[in-house]
Design a protein. Structure first.
Length: 360
C-alpha cells in the first residue's frame, strides 16, 4: 500500500514549533526523570462511535510515545462514564506525567480537575473539555488538540448545498433534515455551527431536527420518525458523521430515496456509501496527523518543556488540524495515505464504483 508524505501546513508548523521549543530540555527516555514523569496516560471514549479510536489513534499514540522512550498507558472507557472515572483513578494512582483525554459525556471534566490538582497537565484530545454554559464555554484542559471542527461542519454543510444544486433543488425551499451528534460532546456543537453557517447562508432551514446522538441505529430510528412527520418527503440530510449517516441511509434505501447526505470520518462504510452515491461526501480527518500533534505536545510536556503559544479556543492553546472533503473521485487519497484499505472498500457491491474512480 502506498504511503503519503503529505502533511497540512497548519499541523506541520505547529508540530515543528513544539519540537524546536524543546531543544534545550532533558530527554524523556534518558533515565533523568522519574517513572511517573515518563508515563503518558490516555483515555479513549469508546469503540462504537467510530472505529478510529482503537484502529487508528491507539496504535499511533502508542508508537509515538514508545519511540520517544516513554511509557503509554492507553485505555478505553467503552462508552461508560463510570468506567472512565475508574480508569482515571487507577492511572492517577500509578502516576502520570501528562494526560490525554477524549471526553465522553462530560466524564473528562472531573478527571481533568483531579489531574490538575496533582500538577499534571491535561490535553483535551479531539473533543474539548469545557466548563461554563453551552453558549459561553471555557476550556478546562490545559491544551486542546483537534481538527478544526467548525471547518469540518462547514465542509459538511457545503456538501449539502452543492448536492442540492446538483440535483436541481433550490436550497431555499428544500426539505433538509438535520441529524447532529450527541450534544454532550463539545465537538457536536462545533460541527453543527459550522454546517448551519454555510447552509443558512444558502437559505436552508431545517425541516426537522431530532435530538443528536452518536449511534447509527438510534439515528436510523430518529430519522425514520422525522421522515414520517414530513410525509415521506426529504431533499437532503445533513448528518454529523459516517456512522449516523449509515443509519440514515438504511431508511432512505428502505423508502427508495437517494438524496444528498453528509458525514465525516472517512470510515470504510462511509467511503463505500460515497462511491455508491448514497452519501455525497465524507470529511476525512487523518487521525495520524492529530495523534502526531498531540503526542508531540505531550512529549514536550513530559520533558518539562513549555510549548509555544498556539491559537486559542475557549481561552486555552489550540492546535488545529486541517480536515479534507472526500468526494468519490478523492477516495483513493484516503487509501494512498494508508487510512483505508481498497480490499475492505471494494467489496462486490462497490467493485464497479472502485474501478470507475480508480480506487486500488
Amino acid at each position: 500500500m502506498k504511503k503519503s508524505s503529505w502533511i497540512p501546513i497548519t499541523v506541520a508548523a505547529a508540530a515543528t514549533a513544539l519540537l524546536l521549543s524543546g531543544c534545550s530540555g532533558s530527554g524523556g527516555g534518558s533515565g533523568s526523570t522519574s517513572t511517573t514523569a515518563q508515563r503518558a496516560c490516555v483515555i479513549l471514549p469508546d469503540s462504537a462511535s467510530s472505529p478510529r479510536w482503537e484502529n487508528g489513534d491507539r496504535p499511533a499514540l502508542d508508537k509515538a510515545f514508545t519511540d520517544a522512550g516513554f511509557t503509554a498507558d492507553i485505555q478505553n472507557a467503552q462508552g461508560d462514564p463510570n468506567k472512565y472515572a475508574t480508569i482515571a483513578d487507577q492511572q492517577l494512582t500509578k502516576g502520570c506525567g501528562v494526560m490525554i483525554l477524549v471526553d465522553y459525556n462530560g466524564a473528562a471534566v472531573a478527571v481533568t480537575q483531579k489531574a490538575q490538582k496533582q500538577g499534571i497537565p491535561v490535553i483535551a484530545y479531539d473533543r474539548p473539555i469545557t466548563t461554563g454554559s453551552a453558549s459561553a464555554p471555557s476550556m478546562l484542559a490545559d491544551y486542546y488538540v483537534s481538527f478544526d471542527n467548525t471547518k469540518v461542519g462547514a465542509l459538511e454543510g457545503q456538501s449539502i448545498v452543492d448536492g442540492l444544486k446538483a440535483a436541481g433543488k433550490d436550497p431555499k425551499t428544500a426539505k433538509v433534515v438535520y441529524m447532529g451528534g450527541d450534544p454532550t460532546d463539545g465537538n457536536a456543537k462545533l460541527f453543527h455551527d459550522g454546517a448551519v453557517a454555510v447552509m443558512s447562508a444558502a437559505g436552508i432551514k431545517p425541516a426537522a431536527e431530532p435530538t443528536g446522538v452518536w449511534d447509527g441505529q438510534k439515528s436510523a430510528t430518529n430519522f425514520e420518525q422525522a421522515l414520517t412527520s414530513l410525509g415521506g418527503k426529504v431533499d437532503a440530510v445533513w448528518v454529523a458523521n459516517d456512522t449516523n449517516a449509515a443509519g440514515v441511509i438504511t431508511i432512505l434505501d428502505k423508502n427508495g430515496l437517494k438524496v444528498p447526505v453528509s458525514g465525516q470520518d472517512a470510515s470504510t462504510a462511509g467511503l463505500q456509501n460515497v462511491l455508491l452515491g448514497k452519501q455525497t461526501a465524507t470529511v476525512y480527518k487523518p487521525f495520524k496527523l492529530e495523534a502526531d500533534a498531540a503526542s508531540t505536545l505531550a512529549i514536550s510536556l513530559l520533558k518539562g518543556q513549555k510549548p509555544p503559544t498556539q491559537q486559542q479556543l475557549y481561552g486555552k492553546p489550540f492546535i488545529a488540524v486541517t480536515p479534507i472533503l472526500i468526494t468519490p473521485d478523492k477516495v483513493e487519497q484516503v487509501v494512498t495515505a494508508g487510512d483505508a484499505k481498497a480490499s475492505d472498500i471494494c467489496t462486490a457491491e462497490v467493485a464497479a464504483a472502485c474501478t470507475k474512480y480508480g480506487v486500488k
